[in-house]
Design a binder for this molecule. Structure first.
Ligand code: GDP
Ligand code: IMO
Ligand code: MG
Length: 425
């Protein structure tokens, strides 16, 4: 398989975990390149469901090597928990999971800051974060005061933690939150460092060696295009670059070594947390999608907001990511809808617009302009061949791809590995 970047093209939870798992069969090395344990990637393989937050979703295929790249913010305690969870279900990470020495760490004090910061924001300004400390960890990275995974290997590591806690306590105090115990924190992280030591390596030569040897590299994005710190609905975004450009800076693989981009896109739209969402449906349709699609956050359990497919979002995702192939997921969720709408453009202040506005305030004023298609009212989840897809379902899929540009590569009609129709890839 050519070196592939896989991205989410909406507001996250498009089904990236499932598609990564499917594509891993043809990959050798799977690299997570951004985000942290705010991600929740669900994989259902051999009848067992697992939610991965930091470990690449390729880990469930025996023998594949997985990397947590430098662009990820890695929470040592969450990673230990995930390694244990995997071990408990018969998947051993030791020897085939490697964490970049350059990846920054998310510490308990970042979580405390994340929560205090959200609590201090007035109504209307809250982001609805996952509370995992992601924003404060990336802020520490950019302000050049963060700790990186490689620091865990240094003898002075406990002192570095104590320093950070002292500095964080000043900020927590200003936000009206309780201070943290530096000694307890140092103890926690000394133990975590001991346990993670075998996994921490310089991943840049590892990735480049694999590439030189002609191995296939699959770069796994978390979140989605509309949550990108640059391209998303700022400030209602995450703090990293989930888009395909982020794959290079988050892994150390040159853009010249990327062969193609796969965009994962849901057949409808969902969003968790705050921020504008033009096609959000507060009625029967939204409820049907949420119930049939089990749209509850894999990390926080929060209900996801649901609505019709937004082709303005998908076209924009095509532009900023350069999607070659689409992996269209969750078509089966729409099986019972008699009529289906697609948002093809917006009306903003009385004018029709086709492009994504840069301002979240403008997007919040956008009204979707819909075209309507008939539903297929047939079950699709048992289909094993594209040719057997109901004609109306086929017409819907074709219209989506026509609106998005690029080609259809995968059609997903159920959460399990088997419920996948490969088309072009
Ligand atoms: P990710 O964050 O992009 O990996 O997506 P999540 O795992 O958070 O959410 C996707 C959810 O949809 C998970 O519960 C998956 O098991 C499920 N899923 C993925 N693809 C399909 C599909 O084609 N049909 C249905 N019904 N469920 C799917
Ligand atoms: P996966 O990889 C959906 C959302 C949060 C919030 C905003 C900022 O599973 O698709 P953060 O904790 O990152 O500072 O929160 O981003 N968010 C996600 N929404 N899927 C995700 O990941 C998300 N990761 C963050 O709900 O609105
Ligand atoms: Mg998710």
């Amino acid at each position: 398989m050519p070196n592939t970047v896989l991205i989410g093209s909406q507001w996250g939870d498009e089904g990236k975990g499932k598609i990564i798992d499917v594509l891993t069969a043809q990959a050798d090395l799977i690299v997570r390149y951004q985000g942290g344990s705010n991600a929740g990637h669900t994989v259902i393989a051999e009848g067992e469901k697992r939610v991965l937050r930091l470990v690449p979703s390729g880990i469930l295929h025996a023998g594949k090597v997985c990397v947590i790249g430098n662009g990820v913010v890695m929470n040592p305690l969450d990673l230990i928990e995930e390694i244990e969870m995997l071990r408990g279900t018969g998947v051993e990470c030791r020897g085939r999971l490697f964490v970049s020495t350059r990846a920054h760490m998310v510490m308990l004090y970042h979580r405390a800051l994340d929560k205090a910061d959200e609590a201090a924001r007035p109504a209307g300004k809250k982001i609805g974060t996952t509370g995992r400390g992601i924003g404060p960890a990336y802020a520490a990275k950019v302000s050049r005061s963060g700790l990186r995974c490689g620091d865990m290997l240094l003898p002075e590591f406990p002192d570095l933690v104590r320093e950070q806690v002292a500095e964080t306590n000043l900020r927590l105090d200003a936000l009206g939150a309780a201070p943290l115990d530096a000694e307890e924190m140092a103890r926690t992280y000394i133990e975590a460092a001991e346990r993670l030591r075998p996994y921490i390596v310089d991943t840049i030569p590892l990735i480049h060696r694999a590439d030189r040897e002609g191995k296939s590299i699959l770069l796994e994005g978390a979140q989605g295009t509309m949550l990108d710190i640059d391209f998303g609905t700022y400030p209602f975004v995450t703090s990293s670059n989930p888009t395909s450009g982020g794959a290079c800076v988050g892994s150390g693989l040159s853009p010249r070594r990327i062969d193609r981009v796969v965009g994962v896109v849901k057949a409808y739209t969902t969003r968790v947390g705050e921020g504008p969402f033009p096609t959000e449906d507060f009625g029967e349709v939204g409820r049907t999608l949420a119930e049939r699609g089990h749209e509850f956050g894999a990390v926080t359990g929060r209900p996801r907001r649901c609505g019709w497919f937004d082709a303005v979002v998908a076209r924009y995702a095509q532009m900023v990511n350069g999607v070659d192939f689409w992996a269209l997921t969750k078509l089966d969720v729409m099986d019972t809808l008699p009529e289906i709408k697609i948002c093809v453009a917006y009306e903003l202040d009385g004018r029709r617009i086709e492009e994504m506005p840069a301002s979240a305030a403008q997007l919040a004023r956008c009204k979707p302009i819909y075209e309507t298609m008939p539903g297929w009212l047939e079950e699709t989840s048992a289909i094993t061949d594209m040719a057997r897809l109901p004609l109306k379902a086929k017409a819907y899929v074709e219209r989506l791809i026509q609106l998005c540009g690029g080609r259809l590569g995968i059609l997903s009609i159920g959460p399990a590995r088997e419920s996948t129709l490969r088309v072009g890839i």
